[in-house]
Design a protein around this ligand. Sequence first.
Ligand SMILES: Nc1nc2c(ncn2[C@@H]2O[C@H](COP(=O)(O)OP(=O)(O)OP(=O)(O)O)[C@@H](O)[C@H]2O)c(=O)[nH]1
Ligand SMILES: [Mg+2]
Length: 250
Amino acid sequence: MIQLSILKITEYGPWTLTLGSDREHELQMLQASLYKEVQKLFSDKNCIVFLNRADEFFVVSNGLELEDHIQIQRTLEKLFDIRLNISIGYGDSPFEANLKAYEGKKNKIMLNIEHNIFGFVNSKSKSQISIMHLDVDNLTSRRQTNSPYEISSIIFELYSKMSKFFLEKNSLTFFMGGDNFMVISNDDAKKSVQAFINMIKSDDKISLNCGIGNATTGREAVKLATKSLDTIREIRDSGKEKPEVYELSC
Ligand SMILES: Nc1nc2c(ncn2[C@@H]2O[C@H](COP(=O)(O)OP(=O)(O)OP(=O)(O)O)[C@@H](O)[C@H]2O)c(=O)[nH]1
Ligand SMILES: [Mg+2]
């Protein structure tokens, strides 16, 4: 079971208008500081936050009760002028958890009125979280032939293909910066990642490495996924033939 908490700024559109036209720099600073706080508050509770379109956050929140969410909301309300709402959902796949959170919000299933928390918390079922950390092999060599903006364009096209491919497996892909992507995964996504790597290699001439981590908290799963990715690099750099996918569990 995977639990997701989706944080979104309440009435953000109308609020941005109150700042006038000279607002974009202010909004970018606000979004950056908000992300920093949200990542700090949730990672302190062994969760991991994925930034979604800069004004929304997806948190792998297994192990967190309603009370933890209320505590985080109280802190955020003290720090910022804007308010956030939280929709919580769970499911066997990350996509189902996202749907349940969405339904909770849409059908106004309130968990806490004062702090704008909706949805469904599951503290009983066994947590099972799989994260895949994908990274382009030797992106640095591309810099010899492609300028910074051309590289960005290649990376975003890759992101688009990855998001589509893994959504069909009920899994959710996020861009982490640089040439890094993370997929909140289920078994189906993990089983098909080699096929995805093969497809991108043959269609786009891009080599990918994928580290997988399985754990009971989001932060631990991400740690193991990155450790797996670093293991692939170590094998490669020692001169041995490297695997493209490596998996660790705790
Ligand atoms: N989010 C995130 N970004 C990273 C991480 N490691 C590297 N980066 C970013 O990715 C960019 C590319 O770095 P690398 O992937 O190490 O470079 P590379 O030439 O592709 O080397 P290999 O991946 O080892 O083949 C860096 O400039 C960083 O911006 C990471 O663990 N997480
Ligand atoms: Mg790389």
